[in-house]
Write a protein that binds this ligand. Structure first.
Ligand code: IPM
Ligand code: MN
Length: 355
């Protein structure tokens, strides 16, 4: 019998719904081609619902998400809602509550895509960042003392647990082992200053390295990692790092792979429900104009298929994205693609059907 996957769709804010529509169009095309089916359930959490009802992301929705095979997200962030409310209340809440302890972010330059890096091409820019996704500075630990007075103190602590670092590092070693022949895992940290947090990370990394003797290991401070990502991105195969550093270096990664229009990520709980998203945000100023680039959302859909075990479908989607980029798209920037959002979705879905 054909397999059916239960997918929660969370289009969210701004251009989120537009790009997610195209992502769904493409994964549907892949499902028809491969003979599996998708049972889609819509959730309208985001700025509009919050403004209307005050509801952000109720526990009952999280309970439903736990029963799903995956969550497919558009974007979170509304211009009329104070920054932080929706991001923390929806995105971070889902990541934490569903224990999506990995944020997997490929940095891959497709042929025909312009990168700001001189003399670098698809050969050089092809690595993956494994970002820890449930600890570090994102825990919300800390607080104020004497807030609003001249003696004010603000403390924001980075929480690093042995268990949290170990499961993230283990995932990175395993991922590195199956990714390609390079088999190089770089720990990105700051052992020269953050001598507690990254001491724990480094010791755990070195211990695990003894189990994974087929993997070459390397270490780079986060500042140097930024430098090498620009100067010699070909040095990287898989980078593993903490939550905050992972957030920062993956925006740099998105830029060198051609911009936010192509950057996708997966919030992964290998034992639970994972959530896939374009990482570019809601880009509210482009809402409803059919100009935003849906490729990142489509690539998030590809990652979702791969995660579900539909590897052949995922490969079809990637091949179709590459075809669309090299044959049909003038640029990856909003409004300059040479086609509208929906037309790009149609082109990719068409190639998936033909391929
Ligand atoms: C990301 C985003 C989020 C993060 C924000 C919106 C909370 O920047 O997914 O990278 O910091 O993780
Ligand atoms: Mn970010």
């Amino acid at each position: 019998m054909a397999k059916t996957y239960n997918i929660a769709l969370m289009p969210g804010d701004g251009t989120g719904p537009e790009v997610l529509d195209e992502g769904v169009k493409v994964v549907q095309a892949a499902s028809e081609r491969e003979g599996f089916s998708l049972e889609l359930t819509h959730y309208d959490f985001g700025g509009e619902r919050y403004k209307r009802t005050g509801e952000i992301l109720p526990d009952s929705a999280l309970e439903e998400f736990r029963q799903m095979d995956a969550i497919y997200l558009g974007a979170i962030g509304h211009p009329d809602v104070k920054p932080g409310i929706l991001e923390k209340g929806i995105l971070l809440k889902a990541r934490f509550a569903l224990d999506q302890y990995i944020n997997l972010r490929p940095v891959k330059l497709y042929p025909g895509v312009e990168t700001p890096l001189k003399d670098k091409g698809p050969e050089e820019i092809d690595f993956v960042v494994v970002r820890e996704n449930t600890e570090g500075l994102y825990c919300g630990a800390g607080g104020f003392l004497k807030k609003g007075t001249p003696d004010e103190v603000a403390v924001q602590e980075s929480i690093n647990t042995r268990k949290g670092a170990e499961r993230c590092l283990r995932y990175a070693f395993e991922y590195c082992r199956k990714r390609n022949q390079e088999k190089t895992l770089t720990l990105c940290g700051k052992t020269n200053v953050l001598t507690f947090a990254f001491d724990l990370w480094e010791r755990t990394f070195e211990e695990l390295a003894k189990e994974y003797t087929d993997i070459k290991t390397d270490y780079a401070h986060v500042d140097a990692t930024c430098m090498w990502m620009v100067k010699n991105p070909e040095w990287f195969d898989v980078i593993v790092t903490d939550n905050m550093f992972g957030d920062i270096i993956t925006d740099l990664g998105a830029m060198i792979q051609g911009g936010m229009g192509v950057a996708a990520g997966g919030n992964i709980n290998p034992e639970g429900t994972s959530m896939f998203e374009p990482i570019g945000g809601s880009a509210p100023k482009y809402t409803g104009q059919n100009v935003i680039n849906p490729v990142a959302a489509i690539c998030a859909g590809q990652m979702m298929l791969e995660h579900l075990g539909e590897e052949s479908g995922a490969r079809r989607v990637e091949a179709a994205v590459m075809k669309t980029i090299s044959r049909d798209m003038k640029s990856l920037s909003a409004g300059k693609m040479g086609h509208g959002t929906r037309e790009i979705g149609d082109l990719v879905a068409g190639y998936v059907r033909q391929g």
